[in-house]
Design a protein around this ligand. Sequence first.
Ligand SMILES: [Zn+2]
Length: 167
Amino acid sequence: MSKPILIDPLKFAREGRSLSGKLPVGGLDERVHSDLSDTSGEVSYQLDGSRDELQRFTLRIRLTADLRVTCQRCLDGMPFSLDTDSVVTLFASQEKLDEACEQDEELDAVLAEPELDVIALIEDEIIMGLPHSPKHDECSRDTLSLAKADKPNPFAVLAALKRPKSE
Ligand SMILES: [Zn+2]
C-alpha cells in the first residue's frame, strides 16, 4: 500500500500549489489492480491547484502511465497507455455541490474535506481512464487456439471473433 499523500484541497487550490511525482502501480489499491493484467510500472502524476472563471477552486490532475490491461476476447494482457487530464471542482458544502451539479451535468465535483488523499484521487482517475472493454486488434493465434480448443468447428471460432462485444 502506498502511504496516503494528504492535502487540504481548498488551501492547495487557493495558493495555486503544484505537486508531482511517480507512484508504483503495485502500491495502488486493489480496485485499480482488478482491471489490470499485471501491476508492474508506475504512474506519473501532476496536480495543480487553481480556480476557474467562476472563482471556484479546482484541482487539475494529469496522469500518464504505461499499463497492461486484460483483453476481453482472449484474456491475455495488452499494453495500454494511460494519458488523462481532468479538472475536479471543489465545494465547501454538499448543498453548493448539488446546486452546481444541477446546473452543469458535466461537472466533476468533489466535496472539499479538510484532508484529501491524493492517491485515492489518482486511483479514481486511473479507473475512469481505463478502457471499458479492451481488445487486441488481433489476438495472438496461440492464445486464441488455446481459448477455443474445446470448439471443433472453425467457423464457430470465426463467428465468435466477428461478434460485436457481448456483455
Ligand atoms: Zn486478445
